[in-house]
Write a protein that binds this ligand. Structure first.
Ligand code: COI
Length: 356
């Protein structure tokens, strides 16, 4: 049971949709978009400040064809999840971290951004309004997508004169549906990010350019790709939507967030959980050779959570390496702790979860 009494209701809405779950077959949930009841909208600018936002029924938005986002891709987004505990209370995972990352991304893309408080409150309001779409415990979570975009008109290159911040949500379950670990392929022709580019922020323009690599990999039977550094092609960077970790002799390593790697919130949380659990963790350049020599490999991200890797193939070297997966692995232990905290099964001693 949950209460939404304290929230301002959108125009024409006297109550949110009630205390019950949305009518949905939760066993069928994948990672496709499922619209929920409400979205949040906030506009800018008066002196760079966002005005008070509000909830509206989820629906299409109107954009001028000359909007900055449509023409020049001036936009950044975030992703976080709401989890339902066994006792039906609902938890958000580290929303402040998303607020801070959006702010950094907005600066890089020459956009104003909501304050941390505005962001977190807006996420909470959206999650509360759509609470009936947070799946039952063990059936998934509700993915929340904050999106900041230049919606003012532009023609010449330059920052848009108006910005819109929107939050919508969708119930989701696993991003990758592979029991026993994913099979990855190393991509050696297309690169995700370059030094001093935008790889280190969640710019919308980072995503469509990787479709090609991912589609080609899928067509060959792989679940995802491993991108290499564009400067030398000798070091691993990340997957198409996730950070990458290797484990060798119980020591964990992951590439550093030096501008070409997305500073994942799951990445950061896993590093902290691993250190707390007594593992040695290093953030350093990880070579392709080390990837192929690892005992375990796993991906992390909000969407993928923590996904063990069963194999990596390097077609141009004719190499395929298989890794340890399953019970008793380091990745399994880290996964259990992370998801335990996220869904309230394990006490959150870190203040990472926010109840709504
Ligand atoms: C996330 O993990 O939140 C992402 O941004 C991945 C998304 C592109 C599906």
């Amino acid at each position: 049971k949950f209460t939404t009494a304290a929230l301002p209701k959108p125009d024409g809405v006297s109550t949110f949709e009630g205390e019950n779950y949305a009518e949905f077959n939760w066993d069928e949930l994948g990672f496709g978009f499922v619209p929920t009841d409400f979205m949040y909208t906030m506009k800018c600018c008066d002196g760079g400040e966002f005005s008070q936002g509000n909830l509206n029924r989820y629906g299409n938005i109107e954009l001028s064809p000359s909007a900055g986002i449509l023409n020049y891709g001036q936009g950044v987004f975030e992703g976080l999840k709401a989890y339902r505990r066994e006792d039906e209370r609902v938890l958000l995972f580290r929303p402040e971290e998303n607020a801070k990352r959006l702010k950094k991304g907005a600066e890089r893309m020459c956009m104003p951004s909501p304050t941390i408080e505005q962001f977190v409150n807006a996420v909470k309001e959206t999650a509360i309004a759509n609470k009936r779409w947070v799946p039952p415990p063990g059936k998934g979570s509700m993915y929340i997508r904050p999106l900041l975009m230049g919606t003012g008109n532009v023609l010449g290159i330059g920052p848009a004169p108006e910005y819109t911040f929107i939050i919508y949500s969708s119930p989701v379950n696993s991003y990758h549906n592979h029991e026993g670990g994913l099979n990855l392929v190393v991509e050696d022709k297309l690169y995700r990010a370059v030094t001093s580019g935008t790889g280190g922020v969640k710019a919308v323009t980072n995503y469509a350019p990787i479709y090609k690599a991912k589609i080609d990999a899928k067509a060959k039977g792989y679940a995802d790709v491993v991108f290499l550094d564009a400067a030398t092609g000798n070091y691993i960077e990340e997957g198409s939507t996730s950070n990458i970790f290797i484990v060798k002799d119980n020591i964990i390593a992951t590439p550093p967030t030096n501008g070409t790697i997305l500073p994942g919130i799951t990445r950061k949380s896993i590093i902290e959980i691993a250190l707390d659990s007594g593992y040695q963790v290093t953030e350093r350049a990880v070579s392709l050779e080390e990837l192929l020599d690892a005992d375990e490999v796993f991906l992390t991200g909000t969407a993928v959570v923590l996904n063990p890797i069963a194999s990596v193939t390097v077609p141009y070297k004719g190499i395929r390496t298989e890794y340890r997966t399953g019970a008793e692995t380091v990745s399994q232990k880290l996964y259990e702790t992370l998801t335990g905290i996220q869904s309230g099964r394990i006490e959150d001693t870190k203040g990472w979860t926010v109840e709504i």
